[in-house]
Every structure is written in structure tokens, then in C-alpha cells.
Design a protein around this ligand. Sequence first.
Ligand code: C2E
Ligand code: MG
Ligand code: MG
Ligand code: MG
Length: 279
Amino acid sequence: EAKSLGRNTYSFFTKEMNTVMLRRFEIEEQMHGALERNEFELYYQPQLDVKSGNIIGVEALLRWHNSTLGNISPGEFIPIAEHTGLIVPIGRFVIKQALRFLNVWQTSQHKKYTMAVNISPRQFRDLGLLTFIKDCLNASNITPSSLEIEITEGVLMSGQSYIHDALIEIEKLGINLSMDDFGTGYSSLSYLREYAFDVLKIDQSFIHGITTNEADCQLVKTIIVMAHSLGMTVVAEGVETQSQFTLLTELDCDFVQGYYFSRPKPAEQLLDFSVHYKP
Ligand code: C2E
Ligand code: MG
Ligand code: MG
Ligand code: MG
């Protein structure tokens, strides 16, 4: 009985594994050369200032259109890019493109905006990363304080000294540091004590429930008070409804980002896009 169950489980597992492995293999294979084939594109999702109702900046979000596999979501390909190390050249492409676009956008609107870029753990093993960022800032004529680097707790967990050094250097350069997906990890609080985060992004899983779930609402309220008392700016991500927006305004959240205001958009569309929301 136990033996046959074991066998069935085993063969089922193998089949599943094969499908997952095959897909991974195909993605990995296609990812080599994807930069050269120009298959990556940055989309930009606006962030709005709750008080003024105006766009204050965007988050750059990577998109991959491959001729064989179609569109692959970052949730699927970023972990593979991390695993293979391909995230290093891909991540450099992201930084360069995002800052170039920021320059074009600021010039066309005669306004200053922020650009948030996600950086994953493997990218910090690239010891030339910060020099590269500095060069891109200079080439695009962008002040460091307009760039925001979003990291998740995963970056900090390894405790590697090169990560520590990179974060200190980011701080020194005057680039803003943002804690992404706050609330989903295990020890985010201790990291807030160690590094001077400028921005705290509350994870969308908390935002989804704020108008229906009392615990979520209380947690978000408390996170905002805590962040402010530590001198951080708060961004709520994944805002999808008017009532979530209204509640976040009442809770004194600073910035909001989500489908309710705008989905991530390609560069050309963002240049023509303007929204103004008062709750
Ligand atoms: P993230 O940095 O937490 O980005 C927010 C994700 O939430 C994005 O998914 C965005 O499209 C999505 N989103 C925004 N508003 C809403 C909303 O109202 N409702 C819902 N349901 N979703 C919303 P996306 O673009 O699929 O990216 C997923 C993750 O992939 C990102 O999470 C980030 O961790 C990673 N990623 C994306 N682009 C890059 C990149 O250029 N470099 C690196 N290293 N990671 C990236
Ligand atoms: Mg992010
Ligand atoms: Mg996030
Ligand atoms: Mg995330």
C-alpha cells in the first residue's frame, strides 16, 4: 500500500518535474541572445502623490516578448535570469534604458520625476554595478536623488559584505533606497534599523484587503505610522479601487501605485499620459 503510493507519487512528481524543467530550459535557452535580439522592453507604472493627486514618478518594470515563447512574465523569467546570472547584463540594460527614458520624459514635461528600478540579489555580485549606475546617471544628466533602487528583503538576507558595501555606497551617492514588498518577509524590521531606507513600499497583499479586512487595515495603518516616525516615505502598491485609495488617503499614505490609476505602460504611451486624482 505504502509502496504503491510511493511509486505513484514518484512518477507523478517526475512528470511534473519534467514539464517544469523543460519550460525552464526553454526560457533559459531563449534568454541567451534575447538582449541582442532586442526582445526586452521597459514598461513604466506611475506613482501618484496622494496630497496633490499628481504623478511624481514611475517604477520601471521589465517585459520580455520572445518570438518562440511569446510574452513571458517577469515573475517567471527574473528568477531564471537570477539563477543563470543573465540578470547582470539584463539588469544593466534596465538601468541604462530607465535613466535615458527619465531624461526624455523630464525634458518633454519640464518637470522632475523619480525613477524606481528593481535590483535583485544576484546583481549586487557585479562589483562594477555602482560605477555603471554612476556612468548612466552622468550620461543621462540625472541627479542621483531622482533614482530609487528597490530591493526586497532577499537582497539583505545573505548578509554578504559586498551587499553591505553596495548599500552604503548607494546611500553615499545620494541615490534613494526603497524597501519593496514590505511585510511579506521574515525580518524586514531589523533591516530598517540597519540601513537608511528612504522609501517603504507596502506589499500589495496587504492593500488588497484594507477595505474588507480589519486586520489588514490596522496593519497598514501601523506600518504607515512606523515608517513616518522613522522618516520614510510610504508607497502603497497594488491599489485597484477608489475605496482603497480613499482609505489610504485617510491613513496618511504618501504615494500610491496600482491599476486603479494606471497599468504599467510602454515609454511612448507614458509620454502622452497625464492623470490627476483627488480622492
Ligand atoms: P514588484 O517590484 O513588486 O512590482 C510590482 C508588480 O505588481 C508588477 O508586476 C506590477 O505590474 C504589478 N502591479 C502593479 N499594480 C498592480 C495592481 O493594481 N494589481 C496587481 N494585481 N498587480 C499590480 P510585474 O511587472 O509582473 O513584476 C513582477 C516582479 O518582477 C516585480 O515585483 C519585481 O520583483 C520583478 N521585476 C520586474 N521588473 C524587474 C527588473 O527590471 N529587474 C528586476 N531585478 N526585477 C524586476
Ligand atoms: Mg518593485
Ligand atoms: Mg513590490
Ligand atoms: Mg514583488
